[in-house]
Design a binder for this molecule. Structure first.
Ligand code: ADP
Ligand code: MG
Length: 611
């Protein structure tokens, strides 16, 4: 494709250095994304300070006030001036320390960040002192000299007016009612792990605390006092470990719910080396086990604490430390999965089955769209007991479900029970021999490439499998013979769409928009959507420029877009037709603005600058 020179050559814009305060505010907005992120950082600091009692007070979902008080070792008077500067920490001094870090903080970023997006006041007293000190911070520095004051043991940190200088975020948060819920949820999680610490969490003005735990030697007691009897009485203790340096080294212990525990949502409380983290791969692996063994109780409650040698955990992979990455994660996940599986099976057998009434299960699982009946019947013959981890594969290359971002709203639409895949494939076959497509050798090469790389075994599996249902937002369960497969619908769909485009290249049927849509407005919409949670408005002019440029670009290319892709743009810059990639599948029209923006931004401009 030829590259045409732009008609009007624009001067390149000047590049300038951002003000430091702007840089800091942007960075702070990433560390402290929500009120609950501030609470997490503060509580972790209190835990790092060896506190035995931590209480949290919240006003207006955290936007008006977050107050965290502890009875820890306090902060030295001499350290107060640099306490809230970025990258000041007592927990790390050289990079190598990260390998063996045991404390929860290490970046020295949390308190600093809070001072850039809120008003922070610290009151603290160290051992042996007669009085404490109080000092307030703004933008990383003290607002005044520390003042002597009366204080009880430990540290109290108050954040007022969080996000006062981030209008858009404040607005979105003001309308959301669940910020306090998230904080309560967070404290509940901490409370059942750190059972030697007592936690409380209270809404300002409320007489009763919503989380109230006292130090106890029994984890089950802690769970009972925080999550209630209905959870605590339906738990099974679980343990696993491995000490083989060639595969994995870890210890795990926890509690998992039994067949009597029925909930709408999975609760997974996971601590790795005492850090509260998320691990989508593990969560998904366990949910699959529950679906297969306890279909009626398939949304479990799971508390799990995993310890590994510190040098096997990279704690520095996520700005808010929410995720960690593990050495041999795949092996560990698989081992834990199989232990959970056998525990659940045993518990299932030793029970009476009154709660687990299973309908007469045919030898082949009955398959409906949204329901799973994969339960081995309780009378289960031994031959059926293939460990789940042997018949179900999870995708370990997907570290944390980041694919969610690309998710189509309703994947079932095109991976429906009557397997539209087969329909697709036959239409693909019809198209494959179209002479005209072969005219374009570059396209033909890409198609040949796909055919060459096609794995016939996998193709057979997809072709002959039965769709069972969605395991979660991303994975569909497919059955092929006696095997159960998890198929990443997002990846499958992308690949399918890509192949469709190649095979229908220049021969698309069209979807006619009921009303032609002006490109420039579509692009503006997409741009606004993109940073709806940032402070917008300020760069509306910039957005207009981008929209203008992209529209121009698309207009220039309209002939090519029409001929090859059946994307119609009329002379007034209106989009009127889109290609049909998959028969009977209408794409989500809400995504058209995003599509047009990508078309201009990622595709055409790439070609523009490309070789
Ligand atoms: P980090 O936790 O990564 O070191 P922070 O910004 O969260 O960074 O905290 C900076 C330092 O302030 C900590 O290293 C610690 O020395 C001190 N500190 C913060 N909160 C407390 C607290 N509640 N009790 C004692 N010291 C604290
Ligand atoms: Mg910290």
């Amino acid at each position: 494709m030829e590259i045409e020179p732009a008609e009007e050559v624009k001067e390149p814009p000047r590049i300038h250095r951002l003000d430091e305060s702007v840089v800091n505010r942007i960075a702070a907005g990433e560390v402290i994304q929500l009120p609950v992120s501030a609470v997490k950082e503060l509580v972790e600091n209190s835990l790092d300070a060896s506190s035995t009692s931590i209480s949290v007070l919240v006003k207006d979902g955290g936007l008006k006030l977050i107050q965290v008080s502890d009875d820890g070792h306090g902060i030295r008077y001499e350290d107060l001036p640099i306490l809230c500067e970025r990258h000041t920490t007592s927990k790390l001094s050289k990079y190598e320390d990260l390998q063996s870090i045991k404390s929860m903080g290490f970046r020295g970023e949390a308190l600093a960040s809070m001072t850039y997006v809120g008003h922070v006041t610290v009151t603290t007293i160290t051992r042996g002192q007669l009085h404490g000190y109080r000092v307030s911070y703004r933008d990383g520095v003290m607002e005044n000299e520390p003042k002597a004051c009366a204080a009880v043991k430990g540290t109290q940190i108050v954040i007022e007016n969080l996000f006062y200088n981030m209008v858009a975020r404040r607005k979105t948060l003001q309308n959301s009612a669940d910020d306090y819920t998230k904080i309560v949820d967070l404290l509940s999680r901490f409370a059942i792990h750190h059972i030697d610490v007592s936690f409380s969490c209270r809404k300002h003005g409320a007489a009763r605390a919503d989380v109230h735990s006292v130090a106890t030697p029994s984890r089950l007691n802690a769970i009972r006092s925080v999550y209630g009897l209905s959870v605590a009485q339906n738990l099974i203790k679980i343990e696993a470990s491995d000490n083989d340096p060639s595969s994995s080294v870890f210890e795990m212990d926890g509690f998992i719910s039994n067949s009597n525990y029925v909930a709408k949502k999975t609760t997974m409380v996971l601590f790795i080396n005492d850090r509260l983290v998320e691990c989508t791969a593990l969560k998904r692996a366990l949910e699959v086990v529950y679906v297969a063994t306890l279909p009626k109780a398939s949304k479990p409650f799971i508390y799990m604490s995993i310890t590994l040698p510190p040098e096997h955990v990279d704690v520095n992979v996520h700005p808010t430390k929410r995720e960690v990455s593990l050495l041999n994660q795949e092996v560990i996940v698989e081992k834990i999965q199989s232990v959970v599986e056998s525990v659940l099976r045993n518990s299932n057998e030793s029970r009476t089955f009154q709660e687990q009434t299973v309908e007469a299960t045919p030898s082949v699982p009955s398959v409906t769209n949204n329901d799973l009946h994969l339960s081995p019947s309780p009378s289960g013959s031994k031959s059926q007991r293939v460990p789940v981890n042997k018949i179900v594969r999870t995708d370990s290359s997907d570290p944390a479900g980041r694919m969610h971002a690309y998710l189509y709203k309703n994947p079932q639409k095109y991976l429906g029970r009557d397997s539209s895949l087969t329909t697709v494939r036959s239409s693909v076959r019809q198209r494959r021999n179209l002479k005209e497509t072969a005219d374009l050798t570059s396209i033909q090469e890409l198609i040949n490439d796909i055919d060459r790389k096609c794995n016939s075994g996998l193709l057979d599996i997809v072709r002959q499998s039965t769709y069972i249902g969605m395991a979660d937002d991303v994975f569909a369960l497919l059955q092929h013979n006696t095997h159960l497969y998890l198929a990443n619908v997002v990846n499958l769909s992308k690949e399918l769409m890509y192949q469709q485009v190649l095979r229908r290249f220049a021969h698309f049927n069209a979807i006619q928009l009921s009303e032609p849509a002006p490109l420039q407005e579509l692009i503006m919409l997409a741009l606004k959507e993109e940073d709806s949670d940032l402070e917008s408005n300020e760069n509306d002019d910039l957005k207009k420029k981008i929209a203008e440029m992209n529209t121009q670009l698309l207009n220039q290319k309209s002939e090519m877009l029409e001929e090859y892709f059946c994307i119609f743009i009329d002379s007034d810059g209106n989009l009127s037709r889109l290609p049909i990639l998959l028969d009977q599948y209408i794409p989500d029209m809400d995504r058209v603005p995003e599509f047009v923006l990508c078309l201009g931004n990622d595709v055409l401009q790439m070609e523009w600058h490309g070789p």
